[in-house]
Design a protein around this ligand. Structure first.
Ligand code: HEM
Length: 230
């Protein structure tokens, strides 16, 4: 002790009391615990993705392609871990899923404002999603702010125009494509999972369920980056 400041513990640094208090890990039904905690975990990583994408955009705007590529590099790995989380949900029995679905009512991942933020920040900007039922005014304000911001693909376009080193351009492009490709795989895994549990039924948000998700799997969040292969 000696009057010295006590170093914060692991639990304090991670704010585990607060985190586990609000984590949906306390329900009696352990199937629900898996389902809800998986969604919460995805939301944490959507937040991490947003931070990294903002940092990548700043690096591109500063003309530092290597740093931008480094900021993007963890993202496909993170998205792969989210794909594995769908594998975990696939272990639910149809009966357990049906019980959870009844509890969900009209709630759906469709109402993930952070997922739309990822799309908007990158450059996939379908403004119809601003009207999504279940978004709070705060969600909509954040999404509108994203639309006013420069997208990652705009920053990439300007970076490419000003960069004299084709190797660095290729490094950045490769990192961005790796990320978008991982997201496409996430979308496809999501569609298969929905097919497993819903068959041809509609989703809780009222979409065409798996069929909607298969259409969504065709989307790319960085369409301009894919468009030009040098
Ligand atoms: C058994 C598990 C799951 C099933 C059956 C499922 C099903 C669906 C369906 C059918 C939709 C379309 C909207 C609707 O009508 O509800 C949807 C959208 C969505 N779900 Fe899931 N989902 C599951 C797990 C997850 C998880 C773990 C996440 C992670 C946060 C997630 C995130 C999303 C997102 C972001 C959308 C919007 C996708 C888009 O519009 O491109 N879902 N989900």
């Amino acid at each position: 002790m000696n009057g010295q400041a006590v170093a914060p513990s692991y639990g304090q640094i991670l704010q585990l009391d607060e985190l586990l208090q609000s984590a949906r890990v306390h329900d009696d039904d352990v199937d629900s615990v898996l389902f809800l905690a998986t969604h919460q975990s995805c939301e944490i990583f959507f937040a991490v993705m947003l931070r990294h994408l903002e940092a990548a955009r700043a690096a591109l705007d500063a003309g530092d392609g290597r740093l931008a590529a480094r900021r993007v590099a963890p993202l496909p790995v993170i998205v792969s871990t989210l794909v594995r989380q769908f594998d975990g949900l696939a272990t639910l029995t149809p009966a357990a899923f049906d019980a959870i679905r009844t509890e969900l009512g009209s709630a759906s991942g469709f109402q993930s404002a952070q997922f739309r933020e990822v799309e908007f920040l990158c450059g996939l900007r379908d403004t119809r999603y601003l009207k999504t039922d279940g978004f709070t005014e705060g969600d909509r304000a954040r999404l509108r702010a994203r639309l006013d911001e420069r997208s990652v693909q705009e920053a990439y376009r300007d970076f490419v125009a000003g960069c004299a080193d084709p190797a660095v351009v290729e490094q950045v492009r490769g990192a961005l494509i790796d990320f978008d490709e991982a997201l496409a795989m996430w979308r496809a895994r999501h569609a298969v999972l929905a097919e497993r549990f819903l068959g041809g039924a509609t989703g809780t948000a009222g979409s065409d369920g798996a069929s909607y998700l298969w259409q969504a799997a065709r989307r790319r969040v960085l369409p301009e980056v894919w468009a030009v292969v040098s």
